[in-house]
Design a protein around this ligand. Structure first.
Ligand code: HEM
Length: 140
């Protein structure tokens, strides 16, 4: 059970990063060219949102089954354990909230460029936060 969830979270992370980069780049381009926000742009942002939410759910389960998840809370002096048991989960939950806000805001706005901006900025900050707390030494 642990190995399956850990492998899934590890592999799914590629999809999350790729789709978030695509959504951010697409929105930055849409914003700067001031073009219309189409159904395709909506789909790109929606896929980014869905894969991120799936990763959040899998991450939450992993947190409780992993020996280096919640089990090591309390050993905060060890930087690598602090990363997986505290910083990675906490910062990523904040990142997913920001991405979700970016998605919700774009729906309420009528202006095309402002829609792109909402996704570009909030998905962009979310992506940077996720990248800042990836346990790279575990992943590669
Ligand atoms: C949403 C974006 C997230 C991304 C892109 C992501 C990505 C990753 C990656 C690449 C690893 C290293 C996997 C490996 O060992 O090969 C990892 C480990 C881990 N993640 Fe996440 N994660 C995310 C969210 C979360 C959340 C929200 C939680 C918990 C609430 C979480 C809990 C964990 C834990 C406990 C580990 C260490 C697992 C182990 O090796 O035993 N992750 N994550």
């Amino acid at each position: 059970m642990y190995t399956f969830i850990q492998k899934f979270h590890s592999g799914w992370a590629y999809l999350v990063l790729i789709l978030l980069v695509v959504a951010v780049v697409n929105s930055v381009m849409g914003m700067s060219s001031k073009r219309e926000f189409t159904a395709k742009d909506r789909k790109i942002a929606l896929f980014g949102l869905i894969v991120t939410h799936v990763q959040l759910l899998v991450g939450l389960i992993l947190y409780f089954v992993s020996p280096i998840g919640s089990a090591v809370l309390g050993q905060m002096k060890d930087a690598s354990l602090r990363l997986t048991s505290l910083e990675h989960p906490l910062i990523n939950i904040i990142a997913v909230v920001l991405i979700t806000v970016g998605w919700s805001k774009h729906k309420k706005i009528a202006d095309n460029t402002a829609k792109f901006k909402s996704i570009a900025v909030l998905y962009g900050i979310g992506l940077v936060l996720i990248l800042s707390r990836i346990p790279w030494s575990l992943w590669f």
